[in-house]
Design a protein around this ligand. Structure first.
Ligand SMILES: NC(=O)c1ccc[n+]([C@@H]2O[C@H](COP(=O)([O-])OP(=O)(O)OC[C@H]3O[C@@H](n4cnc5c(N)ncnc54)[C@H](O)[C@@H]3O)[C@@H](O)[C@H]2O)c1
Ligand SMILES: [Zn+2]
Length: 459
């Protein structure tokens, strides 16, 4: 993971300490991580003879049996803490429940915990590993598009606190991340679309060939879950693999020199300037992917108005958001929201707007000198343009449901009924029961009423 090169020198009145820490971690693409013949995962745990896994409850229900068989086959003991973490339960309380499971398991100092699920589980369990004995190992298996191409690419881990998103957290790299896009075959389409927005973001600002592929395959990628749903032809899967590999690579190249986010001009912040407010303004919050798409679409109109993005590229970008079913506008997006969101982001970005825009596709410029009048004029123009698009620029399945804010048990399972049937068979004792109910406290069932009270956005 890391080793510190440090020196200590005496100064006239004391000492000076200087150190450099090496950070290294790996990613492996591997379809079928739990297939018996794939030894990569087993190899990590061979030395320990056992594994503690923190995993998303839906992933346990879908893949738990296969996972248990895998560990049994490789003669490794497996204990599973099932986590049901919606955005509301991305909390310190959920973190401490994970910590209790680690203590109960008797985790040995360098023994890696396995973390499997979307960005919520990897963020919370990753932070638990950062805090546990100050710094402990983990291995990640992301299972959502957001997880695979965004959350598990970064080394940021966090929980929400005091109504602020990701207010407490750390930079804590895992030992290894296993990227199995096969999990996407069971991911709900709305979640796939959410991740598609982040891929538009990275490609339009950093990698034109990837943008071209997204544009060419859009309608074939989203419903087929990036070519992973059953019976898909190889062409779609190949395009998806190319998109995902380049998307991750571009993000790593951009973010690695700035792992601790000291620099504030960030290409990957395209779409993340005004979006925190878009996300939370409607009574039921917008999904993250839709909020950033509104921001990206509007920013593109602003860039086009300034002559930084050609008419052709501007229209191509808007067309792609529309075809993907992503939002480009919202009735509550007005000058007042724009002004409020601008004031908020200026605080975060050290009083400069630093709004990233593609200019031209595949590269990016940062806007700092936009006046209120210019922003308002661009908004007016953007709203006029939206009239030309289906749904007037509104998105499909744009609002969060309990799977984002609370927790939705996929398929026929019901959380309020509490009996979580089906799923993995096998040794029930190997499941931490305290983990099962994580994050369920105080949550409504699968309804739109699970609004996060005044949670302030922050990636
Ligand atoms: N650390 C970072 O840099 C970073 C970056 C982006 C997002 N995030 C965080 O990630 C979180 C969002 O993560 P997410 O979008 O992955 O959502 P998520 O983890 O909530 O997963 C979405 C839903 O899909 C279900 N699910 C997950 N994988 C599945 C699969 N393969 N099949 C069927 N169902 C599946 C989950 O149970 C959940 O209901 C936010 O809290 C955000 O702050 C962090
Ligand atoms: Zn984002």
């Amino acid at each position: 993971m890391s080793n510190l090169k440090a020196r200590v020198v005496e100064t006239t009145n004391g000492f000076h300490v200087e150190g450099y820490e090496k950070i290294e971690y790996d990613f492996t693409f591997l379809d079928g991580v739990f297939e018996l013949q794939n030894l990569q995962l087993a190899n990590f745990y061979e030395r320990w003879g056992r594994c503690l896994a923190i995993m998303d409850k839906n992933i346990f229900d879908l893949y738990g049996h296969q996972m248990q068989e895998y560990f049994k086959h490789h003669l490794l003991q497996l204990k599973i803490h099932q986590a049901m973490i919606g955005e509301k339960a991305k909390s310190l309380e959920t973190l401490t429940q994970i910590v209790d499971s680690m203590t109960e398991f008797g985790i040995i100092r360098k023994e890696p915990v396995l973390v499997a699920g979307g960005g919520l589980v990897t963020d919370v369990a990753g932070f638990a590993r950062a805090a546990y004995r100050r710094n402990t190992n983990y291995i990640r298996i992301p299972t959502t598009v957001i997880g695979l191409i965004d959350a598990s690419v970064s080394i940021k881990v966090a929980v929400n606190f005091g109504n602020y998103k990701n207010r407490l957290g750390a930079y804590h790299a895992p030992m290894h991340t296993l990227l199995d896009f096969g999990f996407l075959r069971t991911l709900p389409e709305a979640q796939v679309r959410n991740g598609f927005a982040e891929l538009i973001k990275i490609s339009s600002c950093a990698h034109l060939p990837t943008f071209n592929l997204l544009d060419e395959f859009c309608e074939r990628l989203i419903p087929t879950k990036f070519g992973r749903s059953h019976g898909q032809n190889n062409e779609i899967k190949q395009a998806a693999d190319e998109i995902n590999r380049s998307g991750i690579f571009e993000m790593l190249k951009l973010e690695t020199p700035n792992l601790h986010e000291i620099g504030l001009d960030r290409v990957i912040a395209y779409g993340h300037t005004w979006s925190p407010l878009h996300e939370l303004t409607p009574a039921t919050p917008l999904r993250h992917g839709h909020a950033i798409s509104i921001d990206m679409a509007y920013s593109a109109t602003l860039a086009n108005t300034r002559g930084l993005l050609s008419d052709e590229q501007h229209r191509r970008l808007l067309g792609l958001f529309s075809r993907a079913g992503l939002s480009m506008d919202h009735e509550l997006f007005n000058e007042e929201i724009l002004a409020k969101a601008t004031a908020a982001i200026l605080k975060t970005r050290d009083r400069l707007l630093r709004a990233a825009v593609p200019s031209p596709f595949g590269s990016c410029k940062f806007l700092n000198d936009v006046t209120d009048e210019e922003m308002a004029a661009a908004l007016h123009r953007h709203k006029m343009l939206m009239k030309e698009y289906p749904r007037n620029g509104a998105g499909i399945e744009a609002y969060v449901d309990a799977s984002d804010t609370g927790y939705t048990v996929n398929a026929e399972h019901l959380i309020n009924g509490q009996k979580l049937s089906g799923g993995a068979s096998g040794s029930k004792e190997s499941v931490f029961r305290n983990g099962v109910m994580n994050g369920l406290k105080g949550l409504a069932s699968n309804s739109h009423s699970t609004r996060l009270p005044a949670l302030q956005g922050q990636r």
